[in-house]
Design a protein around this ligand. Sequence first.
Ligand code: CA
Length: 234
Amino acid sequence: MASVLLVEDDPSIRTHLTDFLSGQGHVVRSTSHGFEALREVTQRSPDIVILDLGLPDLDGIDVLRMIRGISQVPVLVATARDEEAEVIRLLNTGADDYVVKPFSGGELLARLGAVLRRTTSRAAPGTAYAKATSDTVRVGGLLIDPGARTAHLDGVQVPLTRREFDLLLYLARHSGRVVSRQRILTDVWRQAYVEDQTLDVHVSALRRKLGERAARPRYLHTVRGVGIKLVSPA
Ligand code: CA
């Protein structure tokens, strides 16, 4: 059971989804306006937000941006457009996932469950990441020990700053997947708005210390316009 904030201005969709999600055991509050949604997020800390992009008072993407400025609550966006550019924009702005309208209750429920499973570890901002288990993470020849806060590449210790270590560990825990810049800033820096260059500077430093260049990456890959991916070199 989760507390869900549904932000949707179409009354029939709102009623339908509220009934459906309540019937599945969730506690649902709903609003049709962006500003009201921001107030709800601040005052009631829902477990998850389902956000329609077309709202009467604010552009949904702006609501998403503002939510990210104040909270790490998981956000599932309902969009009418299934286009690559749109999806990239949503993920970069901090959406955790999206559903394309019209969607079935079953699909919504599946996405909701997946997002909640994936994000419960950051439900308590500022503590979840620090409390992570000290299990060693291995990606190819990289061995990262969160307990000792050390990283070894092919048996040789890599000297890292605190933030570089956090970034490397985070990427290693998501290895093989592209992580959006926004997600990294939210989870590693724990701030929604950090200078874009900050991340670039840290990625460059990491790359140098791993002995690779952007033009010929082995472990650290930048996916232009999307994010960053740490992989085990082939
Ligand atoms: Ca709408």
